[in-house]
Design a protein around this ligand. Structure first.
Ligand code: BTN
Length: 267
């Protein structure tokens, strides 16, 4: 892949350099190592295949070689730790808007799943994983990784066959990974560029809300050592979920965890 062509298809914003490798362990891990070694922000690493791809909550992320957009972005945001989640929101909004432009109606399941819902049928199209390098109590770097299913062979491992969907499945004719990369990275540049100001962050959260399928749902929140149910009502200014829990006066903020959608409620 000609990464210079890819870079020049962008708008000259945040992305400083794009590297595309045929195979690596994990693009997130590679950029965390680079960040600790002093690499500057704005580096994007893409891979055709990962041998140790990571998902959230210590899960693995697997995809057949050449089938997916697998990329990580290195950021050094000037944000307090509690606002770092907004980098995930920025990439999530960028992905939903990029696939929308390709003709796919996707939504965000808080915090990081890109899903397609049709008549009660829900399938995962992509996921986002942010990992931070924290030094002296402040955030030194954040690596945000995206896995987006583009064109998988029909013969899929049973553990994903009923859960995943690809752009190829939804569009009939799959787009090229490079074209999807350009569309996503344009949005990533645009939304990450808004993280530096309060109005920009507010616009991002507003847009995330518009695309978020979790709000209005009864949810079960699962965190290590704790789980509770309630109704997902809103997002905080930092992009965290606010859940109305029966018997509690204030909506409970959820900073991280797995959210299971139970059933939709009105109001
Ligand atoms: C999730 O659990 O939904 C998040 C999955 C994130 C996967 C991507 S693929 C590119 C980057 N490198 C990794 O090892 N993980 C992320």
């Amino acid at each position: 892949m000609d990464t210079d062509a890819l870079r020049s298809a962008l708008d000259g914003g945040f992305v400083r350099e794009i590297r595309w490798v045929p195979e690596t362990g994990s693009t997130n891990e590679d950029l965390l190592v680079a960040a600790r070694a002093g690499e500057a922000a704005g580096l994007v690493l893409m891979a055709d295949h990962q041998t140790a791809g990571r998902g959230r909550l210590d899960r693995s992320w697997t995809a057949p070689p050449g089938s997916s957009l697998l990329l990580s972005v290195l950021l050094r945001p000037d944000l307090p730790l509690e606002q770092v989640h907004l980098a995930v929101s920025a990439v999530g909004v960028a992905v939903v808007e990029a696939v929308e432009a390709l003709g796919v109606d996707a939504v965000l399941k808080w915090p990081n799943d890109v899903v397609v819902e049709r008549d009660g049928w829900v399938r995962k199209l992509g996921g986002i994983l942010a990992e931070s390098v924290v030094a002296g109590g402040s955030v030194d770097a954040v690596v945000v990784g995206l896995g987006l299913n583009v064109d998988w062979p029909a013969d899929r491992p049973p553990e994903v066959a009923d859960l995943a969907v690809t752009l190829g499945d939804l569009l009939g004719e799959p787009p090229s990974v490079a074209d999807v990369a350009v569309a996503v990275l344009r949005g990533v540049e645009s939304w990450l560029g808004r993280l530096g100001t309060a109005p920009g962050r507010a616009t991002l959260v507003h847009r995330y809300r518009d695309h978020c399928a979790t709000l209005g749902h009864r949810v079960r929140v699962e965190m290590p050592g704790e789980r509770f149910e309630g109704v997902a009502r809103d997002l905080t200014a930092d992009g965290h979920l606010l859940v109305e829990v029966p018997g509690e006066v204030e909506w409970r903020p959820v900073l991280a965890g797995d959210v299971v959608h139970l059933r939709t409620v009105a109001g």
